[in-house]
Design a protein around this ligand. Structure first.
Ligand SMILES: [Zn+2]
Length: 240
């Protein structure tokens, strides 16, 4: 276990089962101290299991065996209310509202150490290390396009499809291609209440330099590769 400071939050309750998912967030507040206060304030009714400061300090707010209140209305692989099954990690960053900025090296190293430890202890599948935007694409943008998911994958802590590293394939998809892409995104695990919101969340992860714009062949190639290599399975159950 990395070096962790206890900063208990009362905002938790019982889980139905041990966690099998990790959800990464940014705090989206002006300072880390303000975020820590809010996540520990009984009136806020929000919390996370961990908070990682920009200098790499890690705080534990809620025991992993308890349910923290970080995900809200959420969906992945057909499962909802993902506080039930996830460990939530808040990464200090002002976010899109207060001046979104790069995640410092010391903070990234701390996140990697923490995620690595949780994955190892709980045998969490790499495709179930997710961003808040992935599981709530119509409401959330965090941890956002500046978070280096490729780096996490290189460290063996997340997925990264080869297709995301290849040259742009800018060919536009026709309406049939949209439907094919929607099916591929669903096979990755994404909810599809709002196709454009889901596509944007997907691009924050895998095409962070191309956030806007209509669906292109590159999106489909990435989604198909993920669905083939890391198909979403309810509860992260091992492959048959
Ligand atoms: Zn969040």
């Amino acid at each position: 276990m990395p070096d962790v400071k206890d900063a208990p939050s009362p905002n938790h309750d019982e889980r139905p089962a041990p966690p099998d998912m990790i959800v990464l967030h940014y705090t989206g507040m002006q300072t880390g101290a303000a975020a820590l206060d809010r996540l520990r304030d009984p009136a806020s009714k929000v919390s996370s299991h961990y908070l990682v400061e920009e200098d790499g300090a890690i705080f534990r707010l809620v025991d992993e065996d308890q349910r923290a209140w970080h995900a809200g209305v959420s969906e992945w692989a057909g499962q909802q209310a993902l506080n039930d099954c996830s460990v939530g990690i808040e990464i200090v960053n002002p976010g899109h509202e207060w001046g979104y900025r790069a995640f410092p090296e010391a903070q990234m190293r701390a996140v990697e150490g923490l995620v690595s430890d949780i994955i190892r202890r709980r045998a969490i599948r790499l495709e179930r290390v997710l961003g808040h935007a992935d599981i709530a694409p119509t409401r959330k943008e965090d941890p956002g396009e500046l978070f280096d998911w490729r780096r996490l994958a290189v460290a063996g802590l997340a997925i990264w499809p080869d297709a995301a590293d290849e040259a742009e394939a800018g060919r536009l998809l026709d309406p049939e291609g949209y439907a094919t892409l929607a099916r591929a995104l669903a096979a990755c695990g994404y909810g599809l209440d709002d196709f454009q919101a889901t596509l944007t969340a997907f691009r924050r992860r895998f095409r962070p330099s191309s956030l806007a714009g209509v669906p292109v062949m590159r999106d489909l190639l990435i989604a198909r590769e993920i669905a083939a290599r890391w198909p979403a399975r309810l509860g992260g159950a091992p492959a048959a």
